[in-house]
Design a protein around this ligand. Sequence first.
Ligand code: FAD
Ligand code: E0Q
Length: 446
Amino acid sequence: MTQPITIAGAGLAGALLATLLARRGLAVEVFERRPDPRRTGYEGGRSINLALAERGLHGLRLAGLEPVVMAQAVMMRGRMIHEGMDPPFLQRYGRDDSEVIWSVSRGGLNISLLDAAEAAGARIRFDERLDQVDWAGRRYRTISGTGQTSEHGFRALIGADGAGSALRAAMNAARPLGEHFEPLGHGYKELSIPAKAGGGFRIERNALHIWPRGGYMLIALPNVDGSFTVTLFLPNEGDPGFDQLTDAAAVRDFFARDFPDAVPLLADLEADFADNPTGMLGTLRLEHWHRGGEAVLIGDAAHALVPFHGQGMNCAFEDCVELDALLGQSDDLAWVFGEFEARRKPNAQAIADMALENYIEMRDAVADDRYQLMKKVERLLADRHPTRFVPRYAMVSFRRIPYAQAQARGLVQSRLLHDLTEVVTGVDRIDLALADQRIRSELSEI
Ligand code: FAD
Ligand code: E0Q
């Protein structure tokens, strides 16, 4: 009997990969640190949501999950910008409703994925966290919440155990992975806007809301029940900073001063602030993602990113699709894992960089006049040259062209937009002849 492929972590990437591999007929075993969320409920009952875009949707489609997930998704047409006390305005993400993203519940999505993985034949054990790996003997040991240990053999270990990956630590201890973590210096706190008494939405339903404040910001994503999950992104230290918001009065004053229009919506502000942990953010880069044919890392375990492009899960799902396809091509696991790393690392690097850039853009620029002019010109050029000029946001969120290509083409486009808007104030004054000529010479068709 050959040993199974073992996946550490039944989160988003682990559960999707288990489904894809089991459907391919491979023997798949998964172990997960937390208890089964289908029995105990998830995330301590908090509803957390995520933006799902084309790359992630494609992975779900391959697992047969698109209908199940989309039935529980809320469409987001664009960002609704809340500036001062002015009425908010919508910045569309795409050309029309064919280019939108979706707000989905993390817990609900995880449950759908666990059901799919088991239905496809994967075996999942809960309440087991990775403790030790015996590389020479190809065995690993796990430990339960109550301290019970168990030992298992493996053919290969796949680390889908998130940003704090224990498998990564075990690989790194045996042979360094060239790990580099760059903290952002900013953290996040989840808050909530409840539904209206009858179940309606208190602010526009079909949007990702942003309160940009330069240096920090508040965002809100809709849930199907009419509530919104709100996230405050703020420096860890400083004025304002998480280190100063140590009591309810300080929290209330900060929000009253900087987000007065949001305060009436945040019904449980002080309680949410005190009860929910402050999360930390950063970018993780590794030189090596695999150890021969014995182990490989995917998703956040290989490349944690900052969340400002809403692409961490989308990228993790793209990893699953790529690894599954390679496992279909060969059962030489050392080759598969090496090829996986070679294909995915430049793309993970690219989305990590673009996500960092997007923080600055979201906090500072979205409400700026020059930025809005550039967005209008970008739309105009995209409509004139639909096969050559695809806005970077669209390449990342609505297409599946490799992230590294989206980044490279985005750079060419951004230089052009800067040059065209340097001295003009209106979209009707743009030198279109120059723009057309540069687009034809600098951007190939996609
Ligand atoms: P995880 O989802 O973290 O899953 C890891 C799993 O492994 C967990 O179930 C964990 O319990 C388990 N585990 C951990 N350690 C062990 C162990 N020792 N043994 C066994 N099991 C273990 N992405 C988007 O695409 N869109 C968004 O809008 C978005 N918003 C975000 C907002 C915030 C504030 C943050 C922090 C992230 C956001 N992301 C978003 C990123 C997204 O959450 C991650 O990229 C995604 O969850 C990665 O999936 P994963 O399966 O690699 O890791
Ligand atoms: C999206 C969708 C946490 C988070 C998730 C997101 C986005 C943002 C800002 C944030 C990027 C954008 N974005 O609006 O450009 O598109 O997922 Cl902060």
